[in-house]
Design a binder for this molecule. Structure first.
Ligand code: FAD
Length: 376
């Protein structure tokens, strides 16, 4: 591979770092901009589907070094506390974003990637070249730019992306706790106005992360009130919260979480991870999808630089087609689930069905998860 070719990646979360590791492994020069320092906690359920393991292996990323938990069971409860247990079809592992993103960053540096801690202000495409302007390091040029700037970024505003114009109904809260919870279980517990994921990560920490509608949240004064008045109405969440002690000083929060459709390529930037579309976290699968999309884009960029793909237009078309083939259906199902959660009538109907026919849960999960990623 011609190492004089540089690929620029904007955003160093799971998607951006995975693409950086992949592209550097095949011999390309990579510059990645990340506005934050590593390690850093992130709002995330921290349960990763095992579908990603063959790819991590190919990237020489041995996540067992992070001592993750191995999760094979799902505990699901409705807002009134009806409990359903089932096995997860493929299973997954629990590891904090604090540890995982940092692990990936170190691997990217070891592979020779240049990681610049800076915020990108703008990305302009002119005369077949991108100019990337940063807050503190001036301007950079690149033939290819991969957009990996997450759910919502200043760059989305600069690009005037459609989803950024619309209101979003969700916010999310996460913290680590000490206490008792099974190592092999992920809990998905509904409450009026949202759902809460509970699972163990490394160091015996319990990750409690919930997504809540603004509608329900604005009825309370603060997070503490919300947890005691709304979330604790679900008896399982009540007992989990009562038996756990927060390790973080304060919980992390994010707002304006949007599950709207996003363009896969915009202004010629190849979007990966949440920048291309966020799946509802109830499907527990965004991280695997972020890494998988990094694989797809990296393989196509390799073809572009070895002249198997003849033009930028072909590169963009093929990326959109492959992205749709892998993720479009999963995101649609995620959006339907998000819609049902918002509508009490539909929600109660769906819960009734699941309580009576619990074997449907693994079937729904399979629809939103991929198969173990195959490597050519
Ligand atoms: C409440 C909640 C729970 C979830 N739970 C799970 C779960 O249990 N399992 C699962 O698989 N998925 C889960 N997800 C989804 C998962 O967190 C995301 O899909 C995943 O983080 C996507 O990674 P990413 O790299 O696309 O984005 P991110 O990890 O958000 O990375 C984007 C990066 O870009 C950087 N950035 C942004 N703008 C700029 C800029 N201008 N310049 C430089 N850097 C910039 C940011 O600092 C950030 O580090 C959950 C999501 C939510 C909201």
């Amino acid at each position: 591979m011609n190492v004089t070719k540089t690929v620029t990646i904007v955003g160093g979360g799971l998607a951006g770092l995975t693409a950086a590791i992949h592209l550097s492994k095949i011999g390309l020069k990579v510059i990645l901009f990340e506005k934050n320092e590593y390690p850093k906690h992130k709002v995330c359920g921290e349960y990763i589907s095992n579908e990603i393991l063959p790819y991590l292996d190919w990237l020489s990323l041995d996540v067992s070094k992070l001592k993750p938990t191995h999760i094979s069971k799902l505990e699901f409860s409705t807002s009134d506390g009806t409990l359903i247990n089932c096995d997860l079809p493929l299973g997954g592992f629990g590891v904090s974003r604090f540890a995982l993103d940092d692990f990936l960053c170190k691997k990217a540096i070891e592979n020779g990637c240049e990681i610049i801690q800076d915020s990108v202000n703008d990305i302009v495409f002119k005369n077949d070249t991108f100019t990337i302007s940063t807050l503190n390091n001036g301007n950079f040029t690149s033939e290819i730019v991969i957009g990996a700037f997450g759910k919502r970024s200043n760059i989305d505003q600069k690009l005037n992306r459609d989803f950024i114009q619309k209101k979003s109904y969700w916010l999310a809260v996460k913290a680590h706790y000490s206490g008792k919870f099974s190592n092999d279980m992920v809990g998905l517990h509904n409450f009026e106005g949202g759902y809460c994921g509970v699972s163990k990560v490394e160091n015996n920490a319990i990750n409690i992360c919930y997504l809540a509608s603004y509608e329900s949240f604005k009825k309370c004064k603060n997070i503490e009130d919300y947890q005691s008045q709304i979330i604790a109405k679900n008896p399982h969440l009540k007992s989990i919260l009562e038996a756990s002690k927060m390790i973080f000083e304060v919980p992390l929060t994010i707002s304006q979480v949007s599950f709207d459709k996003k363009a896969t390529v915009e202004n010629h930037i190849l979007m990966i991870g949440d920048t291309a579309g966020l799946i509802h976290p109830l499907c527990g699968n965004g991280m695997a999808m972020a890494m998988h999309s990094a694989k797809i884009v990296s393989e196509l960029v390799e073809k572009f630089y070895t002249y198997k793909i003849k033009s930028r237009e072909e590169l963009e078309k093929r990326y959109i087609a492959e992205w749709n083939a892998n993720f479009k259906k999963r995101l649609r199902i995620g959006r339907i689930l998000a819609f049902i959660l918002q509508k009490q009538k539909f929600y109660k109907f769906l819960m009734k069905i699941l309580i009576n026919f619990p074997f449907l849960i693994p079937i729904i999960i399979k629809q939103t998860h991929g198969k173990p990623i195959s490597l050519k």
